[in-house]
Design a protein around this ligand. Sequence first.
Ligand code: BMA
Length: 248
Amino acid sequence: MAALRDSVIVTGAASGIGRASALHFAELGADVLGVDRDAAGLASLPDTITTLEADITMSSACRKAVAAATSRGPLRGVFNCAGQELHGTVVSMSEDDFDAVIGINLKAIFLMCKHAVPALEEAGGGSIVNMSSIQALATQQDVAAYAASKGAVISMTRVMALDHGDRNIRVNAICPGTILTPLVAANARHFRPEDPEAQLAEWGQLHALNRVGNPEEVAKFAAFLLSDDASFITGSHHLIDGGLLASF
Ligand code: BMA
């Protein structure tokens, strides 16, 4: 595994895949700026991670995050990991909930990259990893906004790779299956309030590996895509789904 170097931004760093990634990237040598709106979660990270409490659905917050990262060294990578899943069909979901999901899952990537891409160019190039989901490719009921946002992440990833490839910036999306995170635990409570553990176990059985994944497994894959080992990989979405989509 190639080392990571210089500054790397991780959004959603307070919990779940973002947290595991911030910790893993720091172990690999990156100077990590962990960004989240959850101040308490950030405060519980070790001091090997620099943190910034910010609402990345605001352009000014993303600008601040990029400035904070570049003040520590050249910006080499961005993992746009922050996300939210609210439930509802296009009929039952409120407009506010729809906007909130699109805001954090899609628009925040747009805003962060608006500020980060020039900084990556200045560093001579780098790598961006955008969090999509297998929900972009196959889905379930009651996730109208979430599935739409994750599909759009793949499309935006492709065009970003084309737009910025000549400046040596690679852009990839990752599509995890069910990963044991606070987001998925909340989903299990939503879909089966009477027995969320049984819901998680059932989801695990849908994967060829017969289990859900853990955040560290996704962190390692994101680290690979950020590293120079992935130097010819761009413009794609990559499943890390334990074989979930292999089956009907
Ligand atoms: C994720 C979340 C999880 C779900 C997984 C697989 O994006 O929606 O709740 O288990 O996809 O469907």
